[in-house]
Design a protein around this ligand. Sequence first.
Ligand code: FE2
Ligand code: FE2
Length: 375
Amino acid sequence: MTAIESHNADILGRADVNDIESILGVTNTDVNEITHMVKNNADTLFSWDYSLARPQLRKLYEKAKVGQWNATTDLPWETPVDIEGTIVADQAAIGRGFDMSLYGDTPVKNWEQKEWLEFGVQARKWSLSQFLHGEQGALICTAKIVETVPWYDAKLYASTQVMDEARHVEVFARYLDEKLEGGYQINAHLRALLDDIVTDSRWDMTYLGMQIMVEGLALAAFGYMHQLTGEPLLKKLLRYVMSDEARHVAFGVLSLQEVYAQMSDAEIKERQIFAFEASLRMRDRFLQQEVWERMGIDPRKIMPVVLNDPTRVFFQQMLFSKIVPNCKKLGLLDRNDSWLRRRFEEIGVIQFEDFEDTGEEYLAFEIGKDIATPA
Ligand SMILES: [Fe+2]
Ligand SMILES: [Fe+2]
């Protein structure tokens, strides 16, 4: 076993980051679960220092107060959504998301237009469902930050994010219920990541897991779907959510920068490992194993091709277009002999390191501004 493989074996329980059996071995075994309990091990901190110590966070707080919107009245819920028509149009615009020439010898070789359309419908339901569950994770994690962050300015800002996340849960749940007739349970990789974030006793890990990793990925994924879809209600919904989400990622970058600058190498190493583990869990969930199962396809038979399909690889890499520059800005890439840089090279996402970080980018995402979505 090489040094990298033994690192991976220690951290992930698998030497090869692309070990299909162990990726697919993580499944949601309790699909009827309604309540999910996680132990929150963090201390709750009061702060009696009410001085304005962090003006950048206070600026974000002021922006959040005027950036609020009302999901009930600001979105055109009366819009009829023909899901099949939407998927046909979206697939016509960008294709099916696969390099079809690679699938000639797989279980989908006899799929016709009808099956690909159904796959597209299920994939849309699945994606929006995972967005929904991730939004609830954000709601809970940010409420945790209100309690655990030692700074007054950050507690104020985080309280506005709690309201934002409530609205995001509201809009995705309503869209799935009213327009798509229901969705999917949480993906087990996503749930494991959310469990890790909530369980961790160190307050900065909530930020790293949620604001930097989960929300950084969400911002890229929302941007992709916003650009892709012609469905007007979903497009507007995503645009509004993104205006909040960019602030949330900025909150993570602005808060952690000063903390990580003062940490020891050993402390930073723990954060680097956490960031890498989160990266893989998020990447693995995008393999959409539940959608293949719903379509009657054994994921083990299709994953070897999907994992190497350049179209899918490009999509998965794009999801890291916000995470990598933000990790760089936090100093996480190159501490400890560039440990995280090496891991990001290994999973093929290091090329985003010089993309714009999200520390200031939130201003460009305000409602009413034209946004350049990630390519
Ligand atoms: Fe959100
Ligand atoms: Fe958020």
